[in-house]
Write a protein that binds this ligand. Structure first.
Ligand SMILES: CC(C)(COP(=O)(O)OP(=O)(O)OC[C@H]1O[C@@H](n2cnc3c(N)ncnc32)[C@H](O)[C@@H]1OP(=O)(O)O)[C@@H](O)C(=O)NCCC(=O)NCCS
Length: 173
């Protein structure tokens, strides 16, 4: 039986999404995937539009279901990724409500995020940094074609680094 592809749309996140994003931040499955970081200050971040990032809300048939951040890791102001080359992108992704997990939404959201990442022709690869414990996310990323290239501690978080190069992405489209 073939599954119907969910109708997902990505919109720019706005200050109107603050309470929803704070609600999602309190969900145990989101907390478990976030590691030890201090969380997002949405009141500060949502009105800001630095050139190195996009903050996106995923909607399914008009209903917000998840969040995506896309950054240029070389330009990102805290230099979270350390010494990293140009022409890359890095993605953060989560689905807000547990009931929306495992419905195929994450796969479609990642594919849409990758379209945006690779739209500028100079972008050579996309990076992800899931916690080592986040096996569900690893499966998704590997299914999409990401390769695990490193095991790295970011601050105190034990993470794998995954990378998808443009040629691999183009072959799979
Ligand atoms: C990681 C995450 C984004 C994946 O999103 P998702 O929507 O659950 O992913 P999908 O539904 O596309 O795929 C997950 C599973 O559902 C299955 N699935 C896909 N479509 C399905 C459908 N229509 N019905 C039932 N199951 C489905 C997939 O086969 C997959 O199975 P697997 O985990 O056994 O490999 C989501 O789980 C999440 O937000 N987790 C919490 C935050 C997080 O971990 N973020 C990533 C940090 S790096």
């Amino acid at each position: 039986m073939t599954r119907e592809k969910p109708q997902i749309r990505l919109r720019q996140a706005t200050p109107d999404h603050q309470s929803l994003l704070e609600h999602w931040d309190s969900q145990p499955h989101v907390i478990a995937a976030a590691g030890d970081d201090d969380g997002w200050d949405w009141e500060y971040e949502l009105p800001r539009h630095p050139p190195w990032r996009e903050l996106l809300i995923a909607e399914c048939d008009g209903r917000p279901i998840g969040f995506i951040q896309i950054i240029d890791p070389a330009e990102e102001e805290t230099h979270y990724w350390g010494d990293i080359g140009p022409n890359l992108r890095a993605i953060d992704i989560w689905i807000g409500d547990l009931k929306d997990i495992g419905q195929g939404y994450g796969t479609v959201m990642m594919q849409m995020a990758l379209q945006r990442c690779f739209a500028p022709p100079e972008v050579t690869a996309v990076l992800l940094d899931p916690l080592v414990s986040n096996t569900k996310a690893h499966r998704l990323y590997e299914r999409i074609g990401f390769e695990r290239i490193d095991h790295r501690v970011f601050d105190t978080d034990d993470c794998y680094v995954y990378r998808l190069d443009r040629p691999t992405w183009e072959r799979q489209r």
